[in-house]
Design a protein around this ligand. Sequence first.
Ligand code: DAH
Length: 362
Amino acid sequence: MAVPAPDRAFLFEKGRVSMDVNERIKALEEKLIEALKKVEDHNDLQQTKAEFLGKKAEISQIMKHMKDLPEEERPAFGKAINEGKQRFSELIERKREEIRRRELDQKLKQERIDVTLDAPDYTPGSVHIIHRIVEEIEDLFIGMGYRIEEGPEIETDEYNFERLNIPKDHPARDMQDTLYIDGERLLRTHTSPVQVRTMLRYGGGEPVKIICPGAVYRRDDDDATHSHQFYQIEGLVVDEHTTMSDLKGTLLRVAREMFGSDREIRLRPSYFPFTEPSVEVDVTCANCDGDGCGVCKQSGYIEILGAGMVNNAVLRMSGYDPERYQGFAFGLGIERIAMLRYGIEDIRHFYVNDLRFNRQFT
Ligand code: DAH
């Protein structure tokens, strides 16, 4: 029988066998192979698939004529069509895989890193001098059995002042120009509130031995010796037999750690509301060894920190019974220590982050 032209409706006369269905499919398959050669992307492929396997595809049209065939020819006919469809699908899927792989290759090529390019000159960073000193002092105190505590930089008036024995209208408040957030909250002016927080947490029944490093804030105009933000380290020891000589021995170790093993210290009477007695601590001038020079203004000594025995009122407000416990406390400014140690004449150097300055300490 004649093979109907491929692009004409494929009509069977009733009762006649399409012995050429295989040929028709073969021709379609070749057409598909040709079409696939022109396919560039998934979009094209989708269209080609619809064209060759969709409802309106020729192979689907041929299928409709199965009912016109005599019963005994139908299985062979159906099989031929199904196998044809199967091969078409395989060809299309193979193409899909090829496109996918080509796209991936392209993407990988685009994202390729050229390892032969010269890398930019990355200089490794290092710890800022302020933090190096903090770490040094922390190590010293950890070696003496202290724990490190921290407290919030946004404090309340209660902890920053009241519980440190600095009631409202107390003249000592003038010593620390305060940045208030609202009536009750402020930026802590010193690390001393951590003393109170820690004692309250310990609950009045056990010894305390802590240091607390951290940033503090003052309402100051920045100049060579003032900064609105700087760093302090607070120290607090509370125990049953704590004396002024424990304080002095401890601070001597700090002074020698910071300024050299042959430094001496002296305690001068001073006043802080939270300590009684209070002292200011001077260290012998490292520049002239205590003989007197320009650096120490001929005095032989340089003031490095404030300290004292914890005021009974503070102990009481923090839940410690002064009949049983005594304590000492001290507070030192890190920038001041760094300036003395390295002869830095302007506190602002610590904060502008000029690499020429910072690199001197790496
Ligand atoms: N809080 C004081 C200040 O910022 C420093 C200070 C002095 C802390 C004496 C103390 C201390 O713990 O005992 O000026």
